[in-house]
Design a protein around this ligand. Sequence first.
Ligand code: GLN
Length: 455
Amino acid sequence: VELTNAHLDAIERLDGRLNSFITRTPDQARVAAKAADDILAKGEGGALTGIPLGIKDLFCTNGVRTTAASKILGNFVPPYESTVTSNLLRDGAVFLGKLNLDEFAMGSANLNSAFGPVENPWKRNGSDAKLVPGGSSGGSAAAVAAGLVLGATGTDTGGSIRQPAAFTGIAGIKPTYGRCSRFGTIAFASSLDQAGPMARNLQDCAILLESMAGFDERDSTSVNTPVPNYEAALTRGVKGLRVGIPKEYHAPGMPAEIEALWQQGINWLKAAGAEVVEVSLPHTKYGLPTYYIAALAEASSNLARYDGVRFGERVKGDSLDALYEATRAAGFGEEVKRRILIGTHVLSSGYYDAYYLRAQKVRTLIQRDFLNAFEKVDFLLTPTAPSSAFAQDEKPTDPVQMYLNDIFTVPASMAGVPALSVPAGLDAQGVPLGLQLIGKFFDEETLIAAGHVIE
Ligand code: GLN
């Protein structure tokens, strides 16, 4: 109760500025905290009993409004709980509310929310400019970094856990596709979407992931493989492991200090006993274009269900088609509309073979790059993002420029392999930078061990 009240007070004091919460649930939180205290008083419970968390507003929560940061779901109260959040509730976690994000998880700066932008709690030295927290899990990242919650759920389709973690100096894990159930998580691109933890360090992420993960018969892509004790992996070290450095990740125009931090990360791992090997992922340059075809195609199909009839807000029209049109015109934001248009285009007859089918073939090549690399090395080390957090008013006007933020995170998503971001240092302006570790299918443990050497 004490822990919950302290965090509720922090939210009260700081979130007017940060805007990391869309919905706060203090009353439910106090009831849950009291129940947790009763369990602890009996000497029962576990690592998560009574721990205050925030939930990205993309996870359905029974009886608590779930918006995906979209106007179209502004009044949607789910009658059921997502599997990931029910797992956390089962383990005694206390939810303080629903966290802001880019609308339907589409974005890299949390500037696309119908509930307003989220501010990064970090500032550049001597500057008052408002920095973005990254996206799409920007509310989760800002709330954790500012100490409003002890951990948060995120989702990652092409980088949405890792890039905001890097921008706010926290840790975040995108598990292997299939590790966490997607049941009850509002879909963006179903073949890529994966839930994961965000917290101040990898130990907290490990505890959260162990609770969130596991087979679920309600998600046909969830994989039936045992969930390891991730926390135990933390102190395994990297002695005798081989770390791969993909040469294609030396992106042109990347700031020298990010290159330098990457080298620093290599040195830390070497000093801890890892062997460093250069590897090649030759299809890296096709990652972004194929992601922005495959993900948008799936999004255009997934978002067809928001028609004003079955879910959320409705704008009346003279006919059924007019109702659909008016509802979707008023309910979706600009970026979501852009993506529905592109996704519909690449799936239309005459374009399907040229874009969608080709992107799927290239996706297989990207996956093979990783499988080949993992015959030689145990995991890979790269920067998480090609820049540190930028200012809200430095937002690129060209959407493609914004998509370039995802250049290092998208390939692992396309391959389905696990990846995490760990805080590794600050840039010259005092703003956090992260390093990314990418691993073999279902080998989150090696990433946690290696990440802990760096954090
Ligand atoms: N920034 C990427 C996008 O806009 C990734 C988003 C995500 O992972 N949900 O699609």
